[in-house]
Design a protein around this ligand. Sequence first.
Ligand code: NAD
Ligand code: UD1
Length: 340
Amino acid sequence: MSTVLVTGGNGYIGSHTVIELDKSGYDVVIADNLANSKMEVQNRLEKICGKRFRFYNVDCCDIDAMRKVFNENKIDSVIHFAGLKAVGESVRIPLDYYQNNIDSMITVARLMAEYNVRNLVFSSSATVYGMSEDVPFTEESPLGVCTNPYGWTKWMLEQILRDYAKANPDVRVCLLRYFNPVGAHESGLIGEDPRGIPNNLFPYISKVAGGTLECLTVFGDDYPTRDGTCIRDYIHVCDLAQGHVKAIDYLCRTDESVSVFNLGTGDGTTVKEAIAAFEKACGHEIKHVFGPRRAGDIAVSFAKTDKAEKILGFKAKYDINDMCSSCWKWQTMNPKGLED
Ligand code: NAD
Ligand code: UD1
């Protein structure tokens, strides 16, 4: 059985990916320092998968602690989710973001070289396309100027991994550029569980729908789009998780040293449309007001998905209604998120 080390596997996307890997017959080892997730996720995964996963509470920047993980397991592939991801926070504490995100990846890559682990999937983001208005984004679209340190860590790590792969011809690296992951597992047992007041649209809408927050502010309704609000390519987290399994399958059969794929649906949804879809899912109105634009937002972002479909055999199957209903189930089953 092929073993995948999932760093950050206790987090939002990582935990959903663990389920899909397990379903596809991969053996999973998780490394996470709980910087942005709670140990209860492991109990939930046990309920869903009927087994307890090997879990290491380690910081991926700590090479000695991580060496123990590589020593104790015969790892064939790594999916590196571990990282900090709050855009606003990255502007306030940039050094923490550069240090954590870059150091953790370099440390894991060093150990992969030391232990002859060939396959690496890296969590990148559509944020690397910058402020371009040339949509949809294809994998060949030029990389842009990022508007925040978080975005730059993804941009820099893509380059670092290209250089790493060039210097190590046996290595296979897959850069996955996610669009906007939302939604939750169908069981309602795991989902996005942000600390404090959410910054992103779906967690915020969920909390307004659930009554924990009063009112959503829509950031700008004067964009050049069909209803004046921004368009994004929301992708169900379970589809995204499936995309990672396809990427690992691909790395096991390809000769390409670095591959890049967009993971999105190829469809754009406006903020107003997202609110309407959520209202349908929860059965009541979501209170919202219109405010000014948020700095750094682009009007339209969506993926061209042909490459992932053709080469990985990946196509998202859930639509915006599925995303909203799964989010709502997760919210109603866990109104206060998970316990520490
Ligand atoms: P998350 O915060 O829920 O998960 C990340 C996990 O990594 C957390 O459990 C955290 O505790 C852990 N972690 C952070 N630093 C660590 C370290 N040094 N050592 C060990 N564990 C560490 O975030 P997510 O939404 O699941 O995102 C996963 C990855 O995907 C991140 O790299 C993120 O930047 C990237 N990404 C996320 C989105 C999104 O919208 N959620 C979009 C594009 C890219
Ligand atoms: C954000 C990050 C991006 C990251 C992505 C991952 C910023 C500037 N960008 O993208 O780097 O890769 O998450 O998912 O933070 N909105 C509101 N009201 C709110 C929250 C959001 O109207 O309270 C709007 C935003 O203006 C945007 C849309 O909803 O038009 C989606 O926002 P969000 O969920 O934060 O995602 P992105 O901005 O696309």
